[in-house]
Design a protein around this ligand. Structure first.
Ligand code: FES
Length: 565
């Protein structure tokens, strides 16, 4: 294969002219022939004024470039999309596939022998790895790293589990407007990703566990000198990868992907990671086996004491040894021979560990946070293709529960009626939200964390069973069933639930059922509400026509399967 600047020449019908022209233009940037003859390492620039989780990207790029040059390579930085959770409307998930497509095509279109993918906020790393899985260019991931914690009146705070907890206290009148405004300035106290085991931290940790990022790159604080040194080391590693490095598809073997599933359960990780892993599986032409994932969850304990399932923050996780320490507790379950993109095996990451010095944040197997994993997979007549619950962050008393359904037809309907004093609802009822899935909302918003109705919150109700076809933030908690598939807007039975129906949740037996007889359910399914009209144009239309359900990763159907050119 041609390398360096000769790679992927622009089509002018004359290859020599194409190279001549390319060199002529790039020399305008002041590069010498020596520089242009080196192996090229592409570096994605996902800096954006709209994305504080990527606020350190300029420094990371400089450090990565230094590493590339120290190792004799030529770094080439190029921009791609950047998505922040709070700045993407309707949702960041709606745009994830667009970022994946853009990244894939820019990596493919431009000459580079390896690529460093710098990302961090929830959807960016998944989008980048989906792109890498579909590309032949060897890739290494450099997460931006978690933000620092803040302090409010002596209490540590970190985005964004504490955002939700304190907002719930504000809704219950336990915090007044002045204090909530004060808290608002302390929740995100530096650039970097959310500092709990939310989606960003989960995905960064999985990158390490699956061999796509350097040891400790999943957890080193965004503002630390160590993060910058890891960036430099990533640059050096990428140069080595320019010489016959493994493709991402080769790194993500079935063994590596299974290692990822095991790590996700042991981390107490985000439910969103299930969707992203399913999408990455899909890119590799495989299907995430939800039954296997659930079986892993029954075998693998939660070992990490971080919010939202536990108490700590990412800084402590890092200090305790991070992902390699966690993996060292799981060696009997993991495939330690799985290769890493930058050489060696996952076993090498574990072998390089310093001795253990504490056992609180990353627990030994003998002292788990919970004996089973973080996430369970449910099925039943309400979820024919499955649903998930983060039972490690749910009220144990509600995990076997029968209740009366109180149905909201959309996110807007929920917003309008949830706090209405005339809404008939008691703590034992089950809140049902539909038309909030991949197609329905659209973009599968993180609306599954349905707030407790205000008058019940004021009575001290802290958790209720809530079910939906939506997602929820990895930083959230509660007895919340998510990702019901198929979604209501795609003909799922969730569409025909009525207020007053009885619903049974049985997490130990992994069931979610609507307690109406089969004949009645069949009758209702035949008179399903009509589908929404298709969007008229553009990305909205492309999205609506091609987005898949949660169990297929909410990817576009035409991007699934292998394509390596
Ligand atoms: Fe970016 Fe939480 S909002 S990681």
């Amino acid at each position: 294969m041609t390398r360096g600047l000769r790679r992927r020449l622009t089509s002018y019908g004359d290859q020599d002219f194409s190279l001549f022209l390319r060199k002529a233009f790039i020399k305008a940037m002041g590069y010498s022939d020596d520089a242009l003859d080196r192996p090229i390492v592409g570096i994605t620039n996902t800096y954006s004024d709209y994305n504080p989780c990527h606020g350190n990207v300029p420094q990371l790029i400089e450090a990565a470039k230094r590493g590339v040059m120290l190792a004799g390579g030529m770094p080439m930085v190029f921009p791609t999309m950047s998505i922040h959770e709070s700045f993407a409307s309707p949702t960041s998930m709606y745009l994830r596939n667009l970022m994946a497509m853009e990244t894939e095509e820019m990596v493919r279109a431009q000459p580079m022998d390896a690529v460093i993918l710098i990302g961090g906020c929830d959807k960016t790393l998944p989008a980048q790895v989906m792109a890498a899985a579909s590309s032949e260019v060897p890739a290494i991931v450099l997460p931006t790293g978690p933000m620092d914690t803040g302090n409010h009146r002596g209490e540590r705070l970190g985005a964004c589990t504490d955002c939700r907890r304190l907002w719930a206290q504000f809704r219950a009148d336990q915090i007044d407007e002045a204090e909530v405004a004060e808290i608002n300035g302390k929740l995100a106290s530096s650039v970097g990703t959310c500092t709990v085991m939310g989606t960003a931290s989960t995905m960064a940790a999985l990158m390490e566990a699956m061999g796509l990022a350097l040891p400790m790159a999943g957890s080193a604080p965004a503002t630390s000198a160590e993060r910058m040194r890891l960036a430099e080391e990533t640059g050096r590693a990428a140069v080595a990868m320019t010489q016959d490095g493994l493709t991402t598809a080769q790194v993500l073997s079935p063994a590596a992907m299974r290692n990822g599933l095991i790590t996700l359960q042991a981390l107490g990780g985000s439910t969103n990671a299930v969707v992203h892993l399913a999408a990455i599986y899909g890119r590799l032409g495989r299907k995430l086996d939800m039954a296997e994932f659930d079986a892993i969850g029954r075998q693998v304990p939660v070992l990490v004491d971080l919010k939202p399932t536990g108490q700590g923050y990412m800084g402590e996780f890092h200090a305790a040894g991070g992902v390699p320490r966690l993996l060292s507790e799981l060696t009997d379950l993991l495939d330690l021979t799985a290769p890493r993109a930058f050489g060696g095996t996952i076993g090498d990451s574990v072998a390089a560990l310093a001795p253990r010095h504490e056992d609180q944040i990353i627990r030994p197997r003998a002292k788990p946070i919970s004996t089973s994993g973080a996430i369970a997979v449910l099925s039943g007549n309400l979820a024919p293709r499955g649903a998930v619950i983060k039972h490690a962050a749910a009220d144990p008393a509600l995990q076997r529960h029968v209740g009366r359904a109180v149905v909201f037809d959309s996110v807007e309907d929920m917003t309008e009626r949830l706090d209405d004093q005339s809404l008939e609802i008691v703590a034992e009822d089950i809140l049902v939200l539909r038309n909030a899935g991949p197609k329905g909302a659209p973009g599968m918003p993180e609306a599954g964390y349905i707030p407790i109705p205000r008058h019940l919150a004021r009575q001290g109700v802290k958790d209720m069973v809530r079910i939906s076809d939506a997602r929820m933030s990895g930083t959230a908690f509660g007895t919340i069933v998510l990702h019901i598939s198929p979604e209501a807007a795609d003909g799922g039975p969730l569409a025909v639930v009525r207020t007053g129906d009885r619903i049974q949740l049985d997490v130990p037996n992994r069931r979610l059922d609507l307690l109406v007889d089969a004949a009645e359910l069949s009758l209702r399914m035949q008179s399903m509400p009509a589908a929404r009209p298709e969007p008229e144009r553009g990305y909205a239309q492309l999205y609506d026509r091609h987005v898949t359900q949660a169990d297929d990763g909410v990817d576009f159907d035409f991007l699934m399967g292998t394509r390596h050119e």
